[in-house]
Design a protein. Structure first.
Length: 464
Protein backbone atom coordinates (compact mmCIF):
# COMPACT_ATOMS: atom_id res chain seq x y z
CA UNK A 1 0.00 0.00 0.00
CA UNK A 2 1.31 3.42 -0.97
CA UNK A 3 0.24 6.74 0.52
CA UNK A 4 -0.05 9.95 -1.46
CA UNK A 5 -0.32 13.59 -0.41
CA UNK A 6 -3.53 15.58 -0.82
CA UNK A 7 -1.47 18.34 -2.41
CA UNK A 8 0.17 16.14 -5.02
CA UNK A 9 3.77 17.34 -4.65
CA UNK A 10 5.24 15.06 -1.96
CA UNK A 11 6.73 11.62 -2.63
CA UNK A 12 4.48 8.59 -2.20
CA UNK A 13 5.41 6.70 0.98
CA UNK A 14 4.86 3.26 2.46
CA UNK A 15 3.14 2.73 5.83
CA UNK A 16 6.30 2.86 7.91
CA UNK A 17 7.37 6.12 6.30
CA UNK A 18 3.95 7.67 6.58
CA UNK A 19 3.75 6.72 10.26
CA UNK A 20 6.93 8.67 10.99
CA UNK A 21 6.39 11.50 8.51
CA UNK A 22 3.23 13.04 9.96
CA UNK A 23 2.52 15.91 7.60
CA UNK A 24 3.58 15.59 3.95
CA UNK A 25 6.49 17.74 2.77
CA UNK A 26 4.16 19.76 0.49
CA UNK A 27 1.96 20.67 3.46
CA UNK A 28 -0.68 18.10 2.50
CA UNK A 29 -2.01 15.08 4.37
CA UNK A 30 -1.26 11.51 3.41
CA UNK A 31 -4.07 9.18 2.29
CA UNK A 32 -3.94 5.64 0.92
CA UNK A 33 -3.55 5.53 -2.83
CA UNK A 34 -6.31 2.94 -2.82
CA UNK A 35 -8.60 1.82 -0.05
CA UNK A 36 -9.18 -1.84 0.72
CA UNK A 37 -12.83 -2.70 0.02
CA UNK A 38 -14.51 -5.55 1.89
CA UNK A 39 -17.50 -7.54 0.63
CA UNK A 40 -20.67 -7.83 2.70
CA UNK A 41 -19.94 -11.56 3.17
CA UNK A 42 -16.47 -10.81 4.46
CA UNK A 43 -17.76 -8.19 6.89
CA UNK A 44 -20.57 -10.49 8.03
CA UNK A 45 -18.03 -13.23 8.74
CA UNK A 46 -16.40 -10.94 11.32
CA UNK A 47 -19.40 -11.01 13.65
CA UNK A 48 -18.25 -12.60 16.87
CA UNK A 49 -14.62 -11.53 16.58
CA UNK A 50 -13.10 -9.75 19.56
CA UNK A 51 -12.37 -6.03 19.10
CA UNK A 52 -8.67 -6.78 18.70
CA UNK A 53 -9.31 -9.51 16.12
CA UNK A 54 -11.54 -7.16 14.14
CA UNK A 55 -8.95 -4.40 14.37
CA UNK A 56 -6.35 -6.73 12.89
CA UNK A 57 -8.62 -7.54 9.90
CA UNK A 58 -9.18 -3.86 9.15
CA UNK A 59 -5.75 -2.47 9.93
CA UNK A 60 -3.50 -5.11 8.35
CA UNK A 61 -4.20 -4.16 4.69
CA UNK A 62 -3.03 -0.61 5.48
CA UNK A 63 0.17 -1.77 7.13
CA UNK A 64 0.83 -4.23 4.36
CA UNK A 65 4.27 -5.82 4.56
CA UNK A 66 5.92 -3.04 6.60
CA UNK A 67 5.26 -4.84 9.88
CA UNK A 68 4.87 -8.61 10.17
CA UNK A 69 1.38 -9.94 10.92
CA UNK A 70 2.69 -11.53 14.11
CA UNK A 71 4.14 -8.25 15.42
CA UNK A 72 1.08 -6.26 14.39
CA UNK A 73 -1.19 -8.74 16.17
CA UNK A 74 0.79 -8.43 19.39
CA UNK A 75 0.65 -4.64 19.29
CA UNK A 76 -3.09 -4.61 18.60
CA UNK A 77 -3.77 -7.18 21.33
CA UNK A 78 -1.74 -5.22 23.88
CA UNK A 79 -3.45 -1.97 22.90
CA UNK A 80 -7.00 -3.12 23.48
CA UNK A 81 -6.17 -5.35 26.45
CA UNK A 82 -5.41 -2.07 28.24
CA UNK A 83 -9.01 -0.88 27.91
CA UNK A 84 -11.25 -1.01 30.92
CA UNK A 85 -14.24 -2.75 29.32
CA UNK A 86 -14.41 -6.27 27.93
CA UNK A 87 -16.19 -5.05 24.79
CA UNK A 88 -13.59 -2.24 24.36
CA UNK A 89 -16.18 -0.07 22.55
CA UNK A 90 -19.57 -1.00 24.06
CA UNK A 91 -22.90 0.32 22.79
CA UNK A 92 -25.54 1.75 25.13
CA UNK A 93 -29.14 2.04 24.02
CA UNK A 94 -30.78 5.38 24.83
CA UNK A 95 -34.07 4.62 23.11
CA UNK A 96 -35.52 2.89 20.07
CA UNK A 97 -32.76 2.79 17.46
CA UNK A 98 -30.85 5.43 19.39
CA UNK A 99 -27.42 4.36 20.62
CA UNK A 100 -24.21 5.77 21.96
CA UNK A 101 -20.90 4.09 21.25
CA UNK A 102 -18.76 4.44 24.36
CA UNK A 103 -15.25 5.23 23.22
CA UNK A 104 -13.95 6.33 26.61
CA UNK A 105 -12.81 3.11 28.26
CA UNK A 106 -9.14 3.65 27.43
CA UNK A 107 -6.56 5.01 29.90
CA UNK A 108 -7.30 8.71 29.29
CA UNK A 109 -11.08 8.38 29.00
CA UNK A 110 -11.47 9.62 25.41
CA UNK A 111 -11.71 8.11 21.92
CA UNK A 112 -8.16 9.25 21.19
CA UNK A 113 -6.85 6.23 23.12
CA UNK A 114 -8.10 3.91 20.37
CA UNK A 115 -5.51 5.24 17.96
CA UNK A 116 -2.85 6.68 20.23
CA UNK A 117 -2.33 3.57 22.35
CA UNK A 118 -1.62 1.76 19.08
CA UNK A 119 0.32 4.61 17.47
CA UNK A 120 2.76 4.73 20.41
CA UNK A 121 3.44 1.02 20.01
CA UNK A 122 3.77 1.20 16.22
CA UNK A 123 6.19 4.14 16.40
CA UNK A 124 8.29 2.50 19.07
CA UNK A 125 8.46 -0.73 17.06
CA UNK A 126 9.53 1.03 13.87
CA UNK A 127 11.99 3.39 15.62
CA UNK A 128 13.59 0.48 17.48
CA UNK A 129 14.03 -1.40 14.21
CA UNK A 130 15.53 1.64 12.50
CA UNK A 131 17.59 2.76 15.50
CA UNK A 132 16.04 6.23 15.18
CA UNK A 133 14.76 8.91 17.53
CA UNK A 134 11.69 11.09 16.90
CA UNK A 135 10.73 14.51 18.23
CA UNK A 136 6.98 14.65 18.43
CA UNK A 137 5.04 17.88 18.35
CA UNK A 138 1.33 17.73 19.01
CA UNK A 139 -1.47 20.26 19.36
CA UNK A 140 -4.37 19.59 21.63
CA UNK A 141 -7.67 21.17 22.53
CA UNK A 142 -7.75 18.78 25.45
CA UNK A 143 -7.99 15.07 24.67
CA UNK A 144 -5.27 14.28 22.13
CA UNK A 145 -2.58 15.60 24.46
CA UNK A 146 -3.08 13.20 27.34
CA UNK A 147 -3.75 10.24 25.05
CA UNK A 148 -0.56 10.93 23.08
CA UNK A 149 1.48 11.40 26.24
CA UNK A 150 0.07 8.18 27.66
CA UNK A 151 0.95 6.40 24.42
CA UNK A 152 4.56 7.69 24.33
CA UNK A 153 5.61 8.25 27.94
CA UNK A 154 7.50 4.96 28.19
CA UNK A 155 9.25 5.23 24.82
CA UNK A 156 12.99 5.64 24.83
CA UNK A 157 12.86 6.62 21.16
CA UNK A 158 10.59 9.63 21.47
CA UNK A 159 10.52 13.10 23.03
CA UNK A 160 7.01 14.50 23.03
CA UNK A 161 6.05 18.19 23.16
CA UNK A 162 2.33 18.90 23.52
CA UNK A 163 0.94 22.39 22.99
CA UNK A 164 -2.40 23.22 24.57
CA UNK A 165 -4.19 26.58 24.61
CA UNK A 166 -3.57 28.30 27.96
CA UNK A 167 -6.65 28.13 30.23
CA UNK A 168 -8.75 26.71 27.41
CA UNK A 169 -8.86 23.02 28.33
CA UNK A 170 -10.74 21.56 31.28
CA UNK A 171 -8.82 21.17 34.54
CA UNK A 172 -9.08 17.39 34.37
CA UNK A 173 -7.77 17.43 30.80
CA UNK A 174 -4.86 19.70 31.77
CA UNK A 175 -3.91 17.64 34.79
CA UNK A 176 -4.06 14.41 32.79
CA UNK A 177 -1.25 15.89 30.68
CA UNK A 178 0.78 17.93 33.13
CA UNK A 179 1.00 15.37 35.93
CA UNK A 180 2.94 12.92 33.77
CA UNK A 181 6.45 13.75 34.91
CA UNK A 182 8.41 11.53 32.53
CA UNK A 183 11.73 12.86 31.20
CA UNK A 184 10.59 12.71 27.59
CA UNK A 185 7.26 14.55 28.13
CA UNK A 186 6.92 18.34 27.81
CA UNK A 187 3.72 20.34 28.13
CA UNK A 188 3.57 23.80 26.63
CA UNK A 189 0.66 25.97 27.62
CA UNK A 190 0.44 28.41 24.74
CA UNK A 191 -1.01 31.88 25.15
CA UNK A 192 -3.23 31.39 22.14
CA UNK A 193 -6.01 29.10 20.93
CA UNK A 194 -6.00 25.59 19.50
CA UNK A 195 -5.64 26.83 15.93
CA UNK A 196 -2.46 28.68 16.96
CA UNK A 197 -1.10 25.46 18.49
CA UNK A 198 -1.96 23.43 15.41
CA UNK A 199 -0.53 26.05 13.07
CA UNK A 200 2.77 25.94 14.99
CA UNK A 201 2.93 22.18 14.57
CA UNK A 202 2.30 22.47 10.83
CA UNK A 203 4.77 25.33 10.42
CA UNK A 204 7.40 23.26 12.21
CA UNK A 205 6.91 20.44 9.73
CA UNK A 206 7.44 22.89 6.89
CA UNK A 207 10.76 24.10 8.35
CA UNK A 208 12.48 21.61 10.64
CA UNK A 209 15.80 23.51 10.82
CA UNK A 210 15.33 24.21 14.54
CA UNK A 211 15.73 20.47 15.20
CA UNK A 212 19.24 20.43 13.77
CA UNK A 213 18.82 17.21 11.84
CA UNK A 214 16.48 15.40 14.21
CA UNK A 215 13.21 14.12 12.77
CA UNK A 216 9.78 15.54 13.59
CA UNK A 217 6.75 13.28 14.03
CA UNK A 218 3.02 13.84 14.58
CA UNK A 219 0.43 12.42 16.92
CA UNK A 220 -2.47 14.51 15.68
CA UNK A 221 -4.87 13.15 13.13
CA UNK A 222 -2.70 14.63 10.39
CA UNK A 223 -0.86 11.33 10.98
CA UNK A 224 -2.60 8.73 8.81
CA UNK A 225 -2.22 5.99 11.44
CA UNK A 226 -4.62 7.90 13.71
CA UNK A 227 -7.39 7.73 11.13
CA UNK A 228 -6.65 4.11 10.29
CA UNK A 229 -7.20 2.92 13.85
CA UNK A 230 -10.40 4.93 14.22
CA UNK A 231 -12.05 3.18 11.26
CA UNK A 232 -12.32 -0.02 13.29
CA UNK A 233 -15.00 1.05 15.74
CA UNK A 234 -17.43 1.93 12.94
CA UNK A 235 -17.27 -1.70 11.86
CA UNK A 236 -17.54 -3.00 15.41
CA UNK A 237 -20.60 -0.82 16.14
CA UNK A 238 -22.31 -1.81 12.91
CA UNK A 239 -21.73 -5.51 13.54
CA UNK A 240 -23.12 -5.12 17.06
CA UNK A 241 -26.48 -3.84 15.77
CA UNK A 242 -26.95 -6.32 12.93
CA UNK A 243 -24.68 -4.95 10.23
CA UNK A 244 -23.67 -5.33 7.52
CA UNK A 245 -27.11 -6.69 6.56
CA UNK A 246 -28.65 -3.71 8.26
CA UNK A 247 -27.57 -0.16 7.44
CA UNK A 248 -26.58 2.16 10.26
CA UNK A 249 -26.24 5.91 10.75
CA UNK A 250 -23.60 7.70 12.80
CA UNK A 251 -23.50 11.07 14.48
CA UNK A 252 -19.99 12.26 15.26
CA UNK A 253 -19.00 15.20 17.45
CA UNK A 254 -16.00 16.54 15.61
CA UNK A 255 -13.52 19.39 15.60
CA UNK A 256 -10.62 18.32 13.42
CA UNK A 257 -12.84 16.16 11.16
CA UNK A 258 -10.66 13.10 11.82
CA UNK A 259 -13.24 10.94 13.54
CA UNK A 260 -16.01 11.57 11.02
CA UNK A 261 -13.49 11.11 8.20
CA UNK A 262 -12.77 7.63 9.59
CA UNK A 263 -16.53 6.94 9.31
CA UNK A 264 -16.55 8.19 5.74
CA UNK A 265 -13.69 5.78 4.97
CA UNK A 266 -15.50 2.87 6.65
CA UNK A 267 -18.36 3.54 4.24
CA UNK A 268 -16.00 3.64 1.23
CA UNK A 269 -14.55 0.34 2.47
CA UNK A 270 -17.92 -1.40 2.17
CA UNK A 271 -19.71 -0.77 5.47
CA UNK A 272 -23.37 0.07 4.80
CA UNK A 273 -23.71 3.50 6.40
CA UNK A 274 -26.79 5.43 5.35
CA UNK A 275 -26.08 8.70 7.11
CA UNK A 276 -23.10 10.53 8.60
CA UNK A 277 -23.94 13.51 10.81
CA UNK A 278 -21.25 16.09 11.56
CA UNK A 279 -21.94 17.57 15.01
CA UNK A 280 -20.20 20.79 16.03
CA UNK A 281 -20.35 23.38 18.78
CA UNK A 282 -20.47 27.15 18.28
CA UNK A 283 -17.17 26.93 16.41
CA UNK A 284 -19.27 25.81 13.52
CA UNK A 285 -17.19 26.19 10.38
CA UNK A 286 -17.78 22.53 9.47
CA UNK A 287 -21.53 22.98 9.75
CA UNK A 288 -21.42 26.19 7.71
CA UNK A 289 -19.24 24.54 5.08
CA UNK A 290 -21.50 21.51 4.74
CA UNK A 291 -24.88 23.19 5.04
CA UNK A 292 -24.07 26.51 3.39
CA UNK A 293 -20.85 26.15 1.37
CA UNK A 294 -19.26 28.75 3.62
CA UNK A 295 -15.67 28.03 4.60
CA UNK A 296 -15.04 31.30 6.36
CA UNK A 297 -13.15 31.42 9.63
CA UNK A 298 -14.84 33.22 12.48
CA UNK A 299 -13.51 34.12 15.92
CA UNK A 300 -12.72 30.93 17.86
CA UNK A 301 -14.79 30.91 21.05
CA UNK A 302 -14.26 28.99 24.27
CA UNK A 303 -17.12 26.57 24.91
CA UNK A 304 -18.16 23.88 27.38
CA UNK A 305 -16.99 21.34 24.79
CA UNK A 306 -13.36 22.53 24.52
CA UNK A 307 -12.06 19.55 22.56
CA UNK A 308 -14.07 20.84 19.61
CA UNK A 309 -12.95 24.47 19.88
CA UNK A 310 -11.31 24.35 16.45
CA UNK A 311 -11.74 26.49 13.37
CA UNK A 312 -9.20 24.98 10.98
CA UNK A 313 -10.24 21.33 10.69
CA UNK A 314 -7.26 19.51 9.25
CA UNK A 315 -8.98 16.43 7.91
CA UNK A 316 -11.57 18.31 5.89
CA UNK A 317 -8.75 18.51 3.35
CA UNK A 318 -8.59 14.72 3.07
CA UNK A 319 -12.30 14.60 2.27
CA UNK A 320 -12.05 17.47 -0.22
CA UNK A 321 -9.24 15.61 -1.98
CA UNK A 322 -11.77 12.90 -2.88
CA UNK A 323 -14.44 15.45 -3.73
CA UNK A 324 -12.00 17.09 -6.16
CA UNK A 325 -11.30 13.71 -7.79
CA UNK A 326 -7.90 13.57 -6.08
CA UNK A 327 -6.61 16.63 -7.89
CA UNK A 328 -3.67 17.71 -5.68
CA UNK A 329 -3.17 21.00 -7.51
CA UNK A 330 -6.81 22.01 -6.95
CA UNK A 331 -6.57 21.16 -3.23
CA UNK A 332 -3.29 23.00 -2.89
CA UNK A 333 -4.85 26.10 -4.44
CA UNK A 334 -8.00 25.82 -2.28
CA UNK A 335 -6.08 25.34 0.97
CA UNK A 336 -3.66 28.17 0.20
CA UNK A 337 -6.57 30.52 -0.39
CA UNK A 338 -8.29 29.27 2.78
CA UNK A 339 -5.30 30.48 4.84
CA UNK A 340 -6.09 34.11 4.08
CA UNK A 341 -9.62 34.36 2.72
CA UNK A 342 -13.11 32.87 2.88
CA UNK A 343 -13.56 30.16 0.31
CA UNK A 344 -16.42 28.15 -1.07
CA UNK A 345 -16.46 25.02 -3.19
CA UNK A 346 -17.73 25.05 -6.73
CA UNK A 347 -21.43 24.16 -6.59
CA UNK A 348 -21.18 20.68 -8.12
CA UNK A 349 -18.46 19.65 -5.63
CA UNK A 350 -20.39 21.12 -2.70
CA UNK A 351 -23.44 19.11 -3.79
CA UNK A 352 -21.33 15.95 -3.37
CA UNK A 353 -20.37 17.02 0.17
CA UNK A 354 -24.03 17.57 1.00
CA UNK A 355 -24.88 14.11 -0.26
CA UNK A 356 -22.26 12.58 2.02
CA UNK A 357 -22.88 14.48 5.25
CA UNK A 358 -25.56 16.15 7.30
CA UNK A 359 -24.52 18.66 9.93
CA UNK A 360 -25.74 20.56 12.94
CA UNK A 361 -24.23 23.08 15.37
CA UNK A 362 -25.14 23.11 19.06
CA UNK A 363 -24.46 25.97 21.47
CA UNK A 364 -23.61 25.62 25.18
CA UNK A 365 -27.20 26.08 26.38
CA UNK A 366 -28.52 23.37 24.07
CA UNK A 367 -25.59 21.15 25.06
CA UNK A 368 -26.49 21.39 28.75
CA UNK A 369 -30.18 20.98 27.95
CA UNK A 370 -29.40 17.76 26.08
CA UNK A 371 -27.30 16.45 28.96
CA UNK A 372 -30.22 17.17 31.31
CA UNK A 373 -32.89 15.78 28.96
CA UNK A 374 -31.08 12.52 28.24
CA UNK A 375 -30.35 12.05 31.92
CA UNK A 376 -34.02 12.63 32.78
CA UNK A 377 -35.17 10.25 30.03
CA UNK A 378 -32.70 7.43 30.61
CA UNK A 379 -30.51 8.05 33.67
CA UNK A 380 -27.48 8.13 31.34
CA UNK A 381 -24.92 10.91 31.76
CA UNK A 382 -23.45 12.35 28.54
CA UNK A 383 -20.28 14.36 28.30
CA UNK A 384 -20.80 17.73 26.51
CA UNK A 385 -19.25 16.55 23.23
CA UNK A 386 -21.41 13.45 23.13
CA UNK A 387 -24.44 15.58 24.03
CA UNK A 388 -23.74 17.65 20.91
CA UNK A 389 -23.62 14.43 18.91
CA UNK A 390 -26.93 13.20 20.35
CA UNK A 391 -28.64 16.55 19.76
CA UNK A 392 -27.37 16.67 16.17
CA UNK A 393 -28.51 13.08 15.62
CA UNK A 394 -32.00 13.92 16.86
CA UNK A 395 -32.20 16.99 14.64
CA UNK A 396 -30.81 15.40 11.48
CA UNK A 397 -32.08 11.82 11.53
CA UNK A 398 -33.48 10.81 8.14
CA UNK A 399 -34.91 7.36 8.85
CA UNK A 400 -36.01 6.33 12.31
CA UNK A 401 -35.95 2.66 11.30
CA UNK A 402 -32.16 2.83 10.94
CA UNK A 403 -30.07 2.59 14.12
CA UNK A 404 -28.50 5.97 14.82
CA UNK A 405 -25.24 5.64 16.72
CA UNK A 406 -23.66 8.68 18.34
CA UNK A 407 -19.97 8.40 19.11
CA UNK A 408 -19.49 9.02 22.84
CA UNK A 409 -16.08 10.59 22.46
CA UNK A 410 -15.19 11.23 26.10
CA UNK A 411 -16.22 10.41 29.65
CA UNK A 412 -18.28 13.09 31.45
CA UNK A 413 -15.83 13.05 34.36
CA UNK A 414 -13.49 15.13 32.17
CA UNK A 415 -16.02 17.97 31.93
CA UNK A 416 -17.60 18.61 35.33
CA UNK A 417 -18.46 22.25 34.43
CA UNK A 418 -20.91 21.19 31.75
CA UNK A 419 -22.45 18.52 33.95
CA UNK A 420 -22.92 21.00 36.81
CA UNK A 421 -24.40 23.58 34.41
CA UNK A 422 -26.89 20.90 33.40
CA UNK A 423 -27.83 20.82 37.11
CA UNK A 424 -26.51 17.32 37.62
CA UNK A 425 -23.85 15.92 39.90
CA UNK A 426 -20.40 15.56 38.39
CA UNK A 427 -19.23 11.94 38.50
CA UNK A 428 -16.27 10.83 40.63
CA UNK A 429 -12.87 10.27 39.03
CA UNK A 430 -12.12 6.61 38.23
CA UNK A 431 -9.74 4.70 40.50
CA UNK A 432 -6.58 5.29 38.47
CA UNK A 433 -7.16 9.06 38.64
CA UNK A 434 -8.55 9.56 42.16
CA UNK A 435 -5.50 11.57 43.27
CA UNK A 436 -5.30 13.61 40.05
CA UNK A 437 -5.90 16.91 41.87
CA UNK A 438 -3.12 16.23 44.39
CA UNK A 439 -0.48 15.30 41.83
CA UNK A 440 2.41 17.64 40.98
CA UNK A 441 2.01 19.43 37.64
CA UNK A 442 4.77 20.33 35.19
CA UNK A 443 4.13 22.74 32.32
CA UNK A 444 5.70 25.78 30.67
CA UNK A 445 3.61 28.76 29.66
CA UNK A 446 4.89 30.28 26.42
CA UNK A 447 3.85 33.30 24.41
CA UNK A 448 2.09 32.73 21.11
CA UNK A 449 5.28 32.90 19.12
CA UNK A 450 6.67 30.16 16.89
CA UNK A 451 10.33 30.94 17.51
CA UNK A 452 9.79 30.87 21.31
CA UNK A 453 8.20 27.44 21.02
CA UNK A 454 10.87 26.08 18.70
CA UNK A 455 13.61 27.46 20.97
CA UNK A 456 12.03 25.69 23.94
CA UNK A 457 11.88 22.43 22.00
CA UNK A 458 15.44 22.61 20.72
CA UNK A 459 16.69 23.31 24.26
CA UNK A 460 14.84 20.41 25.84
CA UNK A 461 15.02 17.67 23.25
CA UNK A 462 17.27 14.72 24.04
CA UNK A 463 19.64 14.32 21.11
CA UNK A 464 19.94 10.83 19.60
N1 LIG B 1 -9.94 17.46 19.53
C1 LIG B 1 -8.55 17.34 19.63
C2 LIG B 1 -7.82 18.34 18.81
C3 LIG B 1 -6.75 17.70 18.02
O1 LIG B 1 -7.33 16.83 17.10
P1 LIG B 1 -6.64 15.58 16.46
O2 LIG B 1 -7.71 14.57 16.34
O3 LIG B 1 -6.10 16.03 15.19
O4 LIG B 1 -5.54 15.13 17.38
C4 LIG B 1 -8.08 17.30 21.08
O5 LIG B 1 -8.90 17.02 21.94
O6 LIG B 1 -6.93 17.55 21.35
Amino acid sequence: MKYISTRGQAPALNFEEVLLAGLASDGGLYVPEQLPVFTQEEIASWAGLSYAELAFKIISPFVNDCISDADLKVMIDETYAGFNHSAVAPLKELGTNEWVLELFHGPTLAFKDFALQLLGRLMDHVLEKRGEHLVIMGATSGDTGSAAIEGCRHSKHVDIFILHPHNRVSEVQRRQMTTILADNVFNISLEGNFDDCQEMVKASFADQGFLKGMKLGAVNSINWARIMAQIVYYFSASLAVGGPHRTVAFSVPTGNFGDIFAGYLAKQMGLPISQLVVATNRNDILHRAIAGNDMSKSQLVHTLSPSMDIMVSSNFERMLFDIYDRDGAAISDLMNRFRTESVSLDPARWEKVRELFDSFAVDDDATCQTIADVHAETGYLLDPHTAIGVKAARECIRDKAVPMITLATAHPVKFPDAVIKAELTAPALPTHLTDLFEREERLTVLENDLSAVQKFISEHVHPE
